[in-house]
Design a protein around this ligand. Sequence first.
Ligand code: NAD
Ligand code: DAU
Length: 353
Amino acid sequence: MILVTGGAGFIGANFVLGWLSSSEAEGVINLDKLTYAGNLANLQSLKVDPRHMLVHGDIGDKGLVSNLLSKYRPRAIVNFAAESHVDRSIHGPAEFIQTNIIGTFNLLECAREYWASLRDSEKEEFRFHHVSTDEVYGSLAPSDPAFKESNPYEPNSPYSASKAASDHLVRAWFHTYGFPVVTTNCSNNYGPYHFPEKLIPLVILNALNGKPLPIYGDGQQIRDWLFVGDHCSAIREVLAKGRLGETYNIGGWNEKANLEVVNAICAILDELKPRADGKSYADQITFVKDRPGHDRRYAIDASKIEEELGWRPAETFDTGIRKTVQWYLDNPDWVQGVVTGSYRDWLEKQYHN
Ligand code: NAD
Ligand code: DAU
């Protein structure tokens, strides 16, 4: 088995679904706290799949994590669990420190203890894969080269600082204890099951609901967008073939200004689901107050993972964004559950009293 943490969230769920889509795949223990970002509807199609087991719990719970490891003896851990939204980290950083730093620390310690108890051959095979972000490198000027793995860490938000701290812990566990880790730092993902607090799903849903499309500042901030399925395929490659103690940047060579992304979404919606009044969804674009400390530009140099492991993204931005818009149009029940909050009813039912 493998242990996945945060596998009910956006990328974690896409990873678990992708992993189990192969009939030869090992089973998955999915440890998730089911915060507002965890949604069991993402995993609906696995309801009757005996290879998937959801455990509702916290990566910071030592007793629970240690028990899971000794009971199920996974050969790898893939750590997605995190608080992931920059704006929320500005309003309330405490949860970010708790899960992203203390939680990762706890997971590392439990995993190290478990790893020490393994037979030599199992020890050799074991991997701790830490999923991180390009935001740890800070912000680029327009003419700066893209982030390489050797760039210094310069995080600017409570979120990116907490992820940077977790990356440092993971690195130290390798150097100090010889604990077998790999870390990946990925750019902005988009695709199915993306929670609509983030730019792309927010814009799709606001557009369809006739609401303003909020653009922070001048909308010229640049992000490097990668379709979530490509992030997941990169993680599988690194987990299988990545060198221990190494970090790998993952990105789509797809730098786009926010305004360009929003206009692209509006153009696709104009074609697939035209507004009743015949006007463009772009008319709903509204410039709003900027995010404090807003990083101007991220860009990933993905040549290391491409050259060493042969990984390449399958989607371009044009194909990926079209698939994404289509997915939101095709899945009104998922959207409705998220928008009304009814996706959280299961928690109420299950844990009442
Ligand atoms: P998400 O917010 O959609 O999902 C996070 C998941 O972790 C949720 O299911 C949540 O319930 C769970 N979780 C939160 N705290 C937990 C805890 N203490 N114990 C167990 N589970 C907990 O996040 P995402 O966008 O899917 O991101 C997943 C990972 O990838 C994060 O580590 C994030 O930093 C990283 N990342 C995200 C992006 C992106 O564009 N979304 C890009 C690069 C890296
Ligand atoms: O770079 C990787 C990171 O990408 C991940 O580590 C984070 O977990 C993930 O949330 C994402 O962070 P961003 O802050 O880049 O994503 P977000 O979707 O929040 O914002 C994308 C850009 O759009 C950013 O420049 C802010 C802007 N924005 C966002 C929102 C929600 C707007 O202009 N308006 C909005 O309403």
